[in-house]
Every structure is written in C-alpha cells, then in structure tokens.
Ligand binder design. Structure first.
Ligand code: ADP
Ligand code: MG
Length: 384
C-alpha cells in the first residue's frame, strides 16, 4: 500500500516515471456573474475537497444530496479550484513548481482553456488588483533570480504573440503578420520582439497593452479575443559550470497560453472532430484537439503541422516539456453544455504523457588563448 501511495503521489506531482511525465490538469470554477444571476441561473458545478468536480445538469440542494441518482458526474483532477480560490492560490498550486524547473533550464507550458467568459484571461492575465498567472510567474522568476545571484547573470526575455485565424502577430509590436520558421531551437516566429525585462513592475502594463492589441471579432465586440490565442513566452538564460567545470549556457522557456474560446470547438471524439473541421471553426484549436487525441492514443505521428498554434507549441505539448492545463468553467446551468465539454476534455488530457528532457544547455566555446581564458575566469568570478 505504501508503494502504491508513493507511486500515486509521484504521479500527482507530474514526476517522471517509466512512461514519462503526466500532464497536470486543473479545473477552476469562476463565481456566478451578475448576468447569470439575473437570468435565474442555478449552480451546476460543485468543487469538493479541492480535487473533485461534480457536474449536475439540474442542480439544486436536493440534487446534491442524491447526486448519484440525478444526471450527475464526478471527475477528479490534480486540483480543482472553487469560486473562492485566489489568484495567488491558483498560481502557487499550478505553476510555481514549473517556474523552478524553467529556472533550471527546462521548458514548461501552462494552458488555459474553456468557453468564452469562463475566466481564462482572468486566470492568465488578471487585473491590476488581482494579477494572474502570467504576472505572478514573472514576479516569481525575478524573486527567485534575486535569491540566487545579484550580479545580472540571468537574462529574462519576454515575447507576447497572438494566433488569430491562422495568422501570427506580435502583440508587443503590432504590425505585419509573422512568418514561422524552423531553426535548430524548433519553430520560431521570425522577427518577434524579444523584450528584455528587468522587473515585474513594467510587465503588467506591458501585458495589458499587449492584450489591447489582441484581435476582437467585429460581431462580438464586447467579448474580446474569443477566437484569438495569446502566447506569452518567458525565456531565461544564464551561465553555470557543469560537473566537468565547463561553462555552459542554460536556457529555460516558459510558455503561458490563453487559448481562444472553446465553445463548439472542443471535441473528445473523432467523429465530432471531423464534422467541426468541416465547419472550420477554429483550425488551431481543432488541431490542438487532434494533437491531444493523438498523444493520448499514443500515435506515432502527431499532427503538429496542421495549424500555427500547434507548430508554435510543438516543444511545449508532446515530447519534451512540463505541461499544465487549467480548464476554466462557469457555474451556471445555462453554460452546462460547454462546461461538460471542457471538463470531459480536461479529463482526457490527464492521459497525456510527456518525456521531460534534461536541461537545455550549450557548451560555450573553449577559449583558445590564455588571454581569453583569463577573461573568462574574470567573467565567471564576477558572476559568482
Ligand atoms: P475568458 O477569457 O475565458 O473569455 P474572462 O477571463 O474574460 O473570460 O472572464 C469573464 C469575466 O468574468 C471577466 O469580467 C472577469 O473579470 C470575470 N472573472 C472570471 N473569472 C473570475 C474569477 N475567478 N473571479 C472574479 N471574476 C472573474
Ligand atoms: Mg479571454
């Protein structure tokens, strides 16, 4: 029993085992909003024990009491956040360990998905008073760097981009669409702004500005960015000495992704997926569904090439990355269909396994002359 418990707890942590590491999947329930209350909504979701999510189509107090006899279903996640969960709590539980791994030179990614209005942007970006995962992660990066060194050895770069209608745009410097290219680091958006960040204070304003640049649909002007995906990439680079005392350059990349609204586009079975593809609702989101399906089924070929989003996320999804998913849902029975879809999809994402690679490091060239050697020693002494 102890062995089982140990195995279970290493599973929960997303630790690497024989089959690789599992994606961590979280669900966040947002509070009922005014519009939903005014429409006489009932609550159709209940989060229990910080892990369990109960969905009940016709929920009221009596239904809760005899949950198994009504059309209720129960799901368990790595954690589930009730309406009352704070931004800090969501960040600490989902992402803070990942930030530690990225600071050790690994890649990681956090996705928020769910229907429009379910709380994705609130979770990722948040507000000035209640900053979300993107801002709290960067704050954490800077405070962890400060704890480690005070000599500027670490360099932090941010880029913020959007995929809308299969077009990639730079949110920090809007202009012409960016072209994706494959280089030795993987697929990159050519010409994307790499903003060198020095402190958290500048970052919130920068990201809010970037969010203003997200594409809004003319027909849904009040619901910003319902079909655009926003990706914040935080790249942390620094030098260390490896076991053989060589100087190596370590690079960790954290991708934080606010996906487009998933309404009508999340499909858990192939047939629905195909009919949706016919309707061409959101190619990138459908392609993401296909990749996840293929990963879950252990297929050899994962169709990353099918969309811009999946190309950009190739190193953040399957192979070599620590991946976290946060599914955002509304409590209202009026959104029950979407909530059900999101939760089913999240449940399926739990099956994905990834293989986490060693830290990304490049050995620096061996100095050829004594002067170079001396320079390097001085540099390193400065760094330590
Ligand atoms: P999405 O990005 O999924 O379309 P938003 O994050 O924009 O949805 O959320 C819709 C509205 O609900 C926003 O006004 C947002 O501030 C609010 N909201 C979402 N989640 C929460 C939460 N956990 N607590 C308080 N307000 C929230
Ligand atoms: Mg949003």
């Amino acid at each position: 029993a102890a062995a089982v418990a140990a195995e279970e707890s290493s599973e929960k942590q997303g630790k690497v085992d024989g089959n690789g590491s599992r994606i961590l999947v979280f669900v966040r329930l947002r509070p009922m909003n005014k519009k939903e209350k005014e429409a006489g909504s009932r609550c159709s979701v209940r989060v229990v024990n910080r892990r369990d999510v109960y969905l009940t189509e016709f929920a009221n107090e009596n239904d809760y009491l005899r949950l198994n006899r009504v059309r209720g279903r129960h799901f368990t996640f790595d954690a589930a956040f009730p309406e009352s969960a704070t931004q800090q709590e969501v960040y600490s539980t989902t992402t803070s360990e990942l930030v530690e791994a990225v600071l050790q030179g690994r890649n990681g990614s956090v996705f928020c998905y769910g229907a429009t209005g379910a709380g994705k942007t609130y979770t990722m970006l948040g507000t000035v008073e209640n900053p979300g995962v993107m801002v709290l992660a960067i704050k954490d990066v800077f405070s962890k760097i400060r704890q480690r060194s005070c000599d500027g050895n670490h360099v932090v770069h941010l880029s913020y981009l959007e995929v809308y209608n299969e077009t990639v745009r730079d949110l920090l410097s809007p202009g012409r669409p960016l072209v994706l290219r494959e280089d030795k680091q993987g697929i990159v958006a050519a010409g994307l702004t790499q903003y060198r960040a020095y402190s958290t204070d500048e970052v919130m304003a920068l990201l809010q500005q970037g969010n203003q640049n997200r594409t809004t649909e003319p027909t849904r002007a009040n619901e910003t960015s319902s079909r655009s995906h926003a990706i914040l990439q935080v790249v942390i680079e620094y030098r260390v000495r490896d076991a053989a005392m060589n100087i190596v350059n370590r690079v960790g990349k954290l991708s934080l992704i606010d996906l487009a609204g998933s309404e009508r586009a999340l499909a858990t079975d192939q047939r629905t997926l195909r009919s949706l593809e016919g309707a061409n609702i959101n190619r990138s989101l459908l392609a993401l569904s296909s990749c996840i399906n293929a990963l879950v089924e252990g297929k050899k070929h994962i169709p990353y090439r099918n969309s811009k989003l999946t190309q950009l996320l190739k190193d953040s999804l399957g192979g070599t990355c620590n991946t976290i998913m946060i599914a955002n849902i509304s409590p209202s029975n009026l959104s029950f269909g979407e909530t059900q879809n999101t939760v089913h999809w999240a449940d399926r994402a739990k099956e994905i396994r990834t293989k986490v690679r060693d830290a990304n490091e490049d050995q620096l060239p061996v100095p050829e002359t004594e002067t170079d050697q001396a320079k390097l020693v001085i540099e390193l002494q400065k760094e330590n």
